[in-house]
Design a protein around this ligand. Sequence first.
Ligand code: PMV
Length: 322
Amino acid sequence: MWMAEKPSNIALIKYMGKSDVQANRPSNSSLSWTLDHLTTRVVLEKHSGPTDVWEPLTTDFPFPMSEKGKLKYLNHLDRLKKVFGVIQNFKVSSGNNFPADCGIASSASSFAALTEVAVNAFTEITGKSMALEEKAKLSALGSGSSCRSFFSGWVLWDGDGVESIDLPLQQLLHMVVIVGGGTKKVSSSEAHQRVPTSLLNRGRNERAEQRLQEFMALAKKGDWTALSQVAWQEFWDMHSLFETCTPPFGYFLPGTQQILNELRACWDASGDGPLVTMDAGPNVHLLWRPEQLNKAQTFFKESIQGQWTCLSNIEGIGFAQV
Ligand code: PMV
């Protein structure tokens, strides 16, 4: 039996659109922050049945994946088996410590964890080892964003390679406000396919690359306010692509807009606040510097507590199990 656990990550500069669908090659570079407290655990066991099978892990990782996700997952296991020339069948048990399919990037942690556990198992079975970079690239074939989950802190994926980036701000407080937890009607795979039909997609790659450069320069300078503006512009850019492609779609719920309005009010009132971003889902991610702890707690008490579920790495605020 083999077991692995990998964290999720949230992109500040988004991977949206593919330049090569087969190879899962991104149209533009992306930059993420690794969410160490939101993880997927995968257990792999030899199975004597005629096919690989999947089961939910229950205990500390109670959130399973959707039926559609399950198929993609078993296909990825099959891809990994072929790479190593393994013919044995397996039972895969997996679970998240956070809800899946609602914009907390569960595909990132689940595909990273599956790749990790399978590579460990197949290395033991076949004696063939695999370098970290190669493992991350293989994981990207299952879910592009999962390659960033093999690294901690700030992670840059430019299509050719993926690596940790040495930016300042290496300790961040994270909160995700869950305003809706239902399964997504449009998966991120579908979103990647549809965005090229948006007229706003013209120039998207250049915008993303330019924002990436700006974001890294501002992080180095420590200009938090300007950094928050770039993060805000970037997630609106991605969600605008969704609403302007054919057929249009969107993830916003009433609670999404309510939280965004309150975050804007927070910034306007005090000239300070968190970095705000959203994945392909209705939920809102906040990143705070450690010295903003009081502000984060106040925002939680005034705008979230009692209304919305919140997962975070802050004690007392929906602290996620690790
Ligand atoms: O990894 P995928 O194929 O599920 O794509 C995810 C893309 C976004 O989560 C929407 C953005 C990102 O960069 O993580």
